[in-house]
Design a protein around this ligand. Sequence first.
Ligand SMILES: Nc1ncnc2c1ncn2[C@@H]1O[C@H](COP(=O)(O)OP(=O)(O)OP(=O)(O)O)[C@@H](O)[C@H]1O
Ligand SMILES: [Mg+2]
Length: 335
Amino acid sequence: MTATASETLALEVRDLEVNFVSGETVTYVLEGVSLDVRQGEAVGIVGESGSGKSVFARTILGIRPRGSVVDIHGSIRVAGADQLAATDAEIRSRAGDLASMIYQDPMSSLNPTVRVWRQIVEAITNRRRVRRDDARAQAVELLRSVGVPDPEARAMAYPGEFSGGMLQRVGIAAAIASHPDLLLADEPTTALDVTVQRRVLDLLDDVRAASGMGLVLVTHDLGLLADRTDRTVVMYAGRIMETGPTGIVASTPAHPYTRGLLAAIPRLSGPIQRELPAIGGSLPPLSAPRAGCPFAARCPVVQERCFTERPPAVTVADGHTAHCWAVADDQEASR
Ligand SMILES: Nc1ncnc2c1ncn2[C@@H]1O[C@H](COP(=O)(O)OP(=O)(O)OP(=O)(O)O)[C@@H](O)[C@H]1O
Ligand SMILES: [Mg+2]
């Protein structure tokens, strides 16, 4: 699939840099991230804890942390609309409209003082003209489809009356209710058992197919992406290391970091450890910009220049790119 000239991308991110400034301290989180997501496309983002996956998702949505100043460069467009030029008020009024998000912590998106049916109805009527009774019926159906038992009765409850896993489902229902152009799902299923996980991911597939919504699925679990995403992006220390069709990245990874991630999979249960058993070492500090390649200190095929020169984006095959000097050399040799 290639995008036609006329197609508006669900997401278009160019050279995104995000730094948090708190007093004298600067944390350089994202260092030049670019990503396109087409309408109806599902893209997975994987990477170790602390790689910047959640910061990336929140920045797209326009969520800025309290307590620190955020210094952002680059550009972000959601369904063609410039997210960085938007004022806070615009971002708020657009929330759940162009883009919405399923959070690691569902409570962060729900209002504890409003019954859940009301919150979902609000999302449903946000962009569509739906009669209130119909919206209410749709809200109940949405709750049923994400696996909330007895949804007619449970719709009347407040968020605090749900268990963690159940609340996660409510958050998912609220996030998809508005039929956003882009859905960001940040570890959406970690709190759920395998059966419900599958049902939720099926539901996201259905919504995506029916509405042309773009999906960005953030996860530690490379295995989860296999059947669920068209493309995979591998992030490390605030940079994209490799991107390509999910099947190709999983079967023939080009970047040494991706190979390490894949080798670590069998030993993973739950969240990835900060240290990859297959690679050793840990993320570089984000207190300074990374010179060269951020993975250099842990890389089994490291070269001198990896510590000083930023690796180029090397096209390995159509749509498959790795940012790596060793891959660049291989390409050169095979010419
Ligand atoms: N408001 C903030 N101020 C300073 N640093 C921050 C802030 N928010 C996040 N960070 C830092 O940004 C880095 C990336 O964090 P982020 O939560 O995006 O990682 P992640 O890839 O989502 O990790 P995980 O897989 O554990 O969810 C971390 O080092 C984190 O400490
Ligand atoms: Mg995260």
